[in-house]
Design a protein around this ligand. Structure first.
Ligand code: FES
Length: 163
């Protein structure tokens, strides 16, 4: 996952001002801030609320409603691990357990710019070749503990985990 720019309140104000005239500007603003910084900093909430004449609670409510918005800097690597039925049948839960035991990585925990996060997803369309994961637009099938360990090391290339 590419690193995003550091939080910059002046740049955030500029982006918010550019998008405020849109009809229904709140979601476009949140998406744009996340794209620019990799997450939506808590300091953006009062800026958005002021610009859109909303309460901070309204902005926070929308921000927290959607799982896709992050409130902390992104990890160096995000592994999307499929935990749907077909991948379960092929052992993905054993991989999750092994990851917790060997590296102390629990799924679906948003860190604060940590090295790696593993997020659960539910079907990547690669069911016959599971367990499956997606990292930086690369789909990895027939995942095993060794290849998952490679994916969870941001200093190694994703391609090293391909079967
Ligand atoms: S169930 Fe995992 S890719 Fe479909």
């Amino acid at each position: 996952m590419p690193r995003s720019a550091s939080w910059d309140p002046d740049r955030a104000r500029t982006l918010i001002a550019e998008l405020s005239p849109l009809e229904g500007p709140l979601l476009p603003i949140l998406h744009t801030l996340q794209e620019a910084f990799g997450y939506v900093d808590a300091a953006a909430i009062p800026l958005i609320a002021d610009a859109l004449n909303l309460s901070q609670a309204e902005v926070f409510g929308t921000l927290s409603f959607y799982d896709d918005f992050r409130d902390a800097p992104p990890p160096r690597r995000l592994v999307k691990l499929c935990r749907a039925e077909a991948c379960q049948a092929l052992g993905c839960e054993d991989l999750v357990d092994g990851l917790a035991r060997s590296q102390g990585i629990a799924p679906d925990v948003h860190g604060d710019g940590t090295a790696v996060e593993v997020h659960s997803v539910y079907c990547l369309g690669n069911c016959a070749l599971g367990p499956s994961a997606l990292v930086d637009d690369t789909l990895i099938g027939r995942l095993d503990a060794d290849r998952l360990a490679v994916l969870c090391d941001p200093d190694r290339k994703v391609s090293e985990a391909l079967p």
